[in-house]
Design a protein around this ligand. Structure first.
Ligand SMILES: [Fe+2]
Ligand SMILES: [Fe+2]
Length: 185
């Protein structure tokens, strides 16, 4: 199979990353920041309602999103990509009707996140950029965008299942908290 690599030798001496992939990574970085602010807003919502454990759960989820954008920032730097750090996008204020809504929005947001990362992988594959594919799959410098999505989606779906039961809210809160923090060292 003939792969047409997009960079000339002259460009290649400066960076390993095509402009198209660089732009997609900057968008992804911005998207991870957007996830960060969304999960922070859910954290505040629950903390203000006195559901501290759900507040901590979403604070933990938000902090992970910051970590994801750091992976991308580091990868762009290591590729010597010429990029500017993007502005922090704002989420439209979501109307939260009940305690389940944030959990449903989280599942949808994580599916969208996975789709965006898949798109980067598709483009990288088309360009024969195995460095980027390797990074996406978790083989470089602690970044693991694709395997991370297995965890993020699984956790989000299970948390939604818990919150969708008819149990008392304090019991559900404990279960979500244990699901997340129970597995953490
Ligand atoms: Fe993320
Ligand atoms: Fe995670």
């Amino acid at each position: 199979m003939e792969v047409k690599r997009p960079l000339s030798l002259e460009q290649r001496r400066k960076t390993s990353l095509s402009d198209e992939l660089r732009d997609l990574f900057v968008l992804q970085l911005q998207h991870e920041l957007k996830n960060f602010t969304l999960y922070n807003s859910f954290s505040v919502y629950f903390s203000c309602k006195g559901l501290e454990k759900l507040g901590k759960y979403y604070k933990g989820r938000a902090d992970e999103e910051l970590k994801h954008q750091q992976w991308i920032m580091q990868y762009l730097s290591d590729c010597d990509a010429d990029f500017e750090y993007p502005s922090i996008p704002v989420n439209e204020n979501q109307k939260i009707d009940d305690n389940v809504t944030p959990f449903r929005l989280t599942v949808d947001r994580e599916i969208q996140t996975t789709d965006m990362i898949y798109h980067i992988a598709d483009v990288a594959q088309g360009q024969g950029d195995w460095m980027t594919l390797s990074f996406l799959m978790g083989n470089y410098n602690g970044g693991r965008l694709i395997p991370e999505q297995i965890e993020e989606e699984s956790l989000s779906r299970t948390a939604l299942d818990i919150m969708s039961t008819d149990d008392h809210i304090l019991k559900k809160e404990d279960q979500v908290y244990d699901l997340y923090f129970g597995g953490k060292k």
